[in-house]
Design a protein around this ligand. Structure first.
Ligand code: ADP
Length: 223
């Protein structure tokens, strides 16, 4: 099934490129550059995202941030999501896919998107690919931050001292998030590996060292 997906993507690109120029023009040749910043909870996705969006002018889409803002506004979606988040579990796929789909629609002029904390399951990855295909674009690269488990737990509990996030200040919830990551989210890397899109980058070192490594990988792929 994954092979078929890979084949389809290549076919679509070839079909598109072989179309007459006027048709491509009418359909809109899309020059968006889209990145997934991938890694376990506490791997530094939020910190690096801020720096990357300002350097490359991308629109930052963090499902964690979108969900927390729904919680703050006490919307029905936020109240439902909170039940899952407070237990360290993933929010149901249809909720986050719906959020991302509206965010894509609301930003038609973006140069590209940086996805942070999304996709987190294989179903979310497949849904994202479909949504991007409708915009005649795709994921250029998945940058996967690598951090050891001991370091992750220490970082998350430290962040809990100041972040005010209820899912950070309880060791049981932090561990549950890491278990959830291994159970469901690591499959996202396998999914994109089957399309040769994953690059592993060390998430340990100074913020600037990690940022330089990420930029290096992006610059190799950006024309
Ligand atoms: P972290 O930075 O620790 O990885 P986030 O801020 O991205 O965490 O997300 C916090 C919580 O929000 C997650 O533990 C999960 O419950 C929920 N969440 C965020 N993104 C998703 C998603 N794509 N799918 C399901 N749940 C999500």
């Amino acid at each position: 099934m994954r092979r078929a997906g890979k084949q389809n993507t290549a076919d679509n690109v070839n079909n598109f490129n072989s179309q007459p120029l006027y048709l491509r023009f009418i359909q809109g040749v899309n020059h968006m550059f889209n990145i997934i910043l991938f890694g376990p909870p506490g791997s530094g996705k939020g910190t690096q995202s801020e720096k990357l969006i300002s350097k490359y002018g991308l629109k930052h889409l963090s499902t964690g941030d979108l969900l927390r803002s729904e919680i703050t506004s006490q919307t029905p979606l936020g109240l439902e999501a909170r039940n899952f988040m407070d237990r360290g579990q993933l929010v149901p796929d249809e909720v986050v896919i719906g959020m991302i789909s509206s965010a894509l629609e609301n930003n038609p002029k973006a140069n590209g998107f940086l996805f942070d904390g999304f996709p987190r399951t294989e179903a979310q990855s497949e849904a994202l690919d479909k949504l991007l295909k409708l915009k005649q674009t795709e994921i250029a690269v998945v940058l996967a931050l690598q951090v050891t488990e001991e370091e992750l737990i220490e970082r998350l509990l430290n962040r809990g001292l100041t972040s005010g996030r209820s899912d950070d200040n309880n060791a049981e919830v932090v561990k549950a998030r890491i278990v959830e990551y291994h159970k469901k989210t690591s499959a996202v890397a396998d999914y994109y590996r089957s399309f040769d899109k994953v690059v592993e980058v060390s998430g340990e070192g100074t913020v600037d060292e990690i940022f330089d490594s990420l930029c290096n990988e992006i610059d190799k792929r950006k024309s």
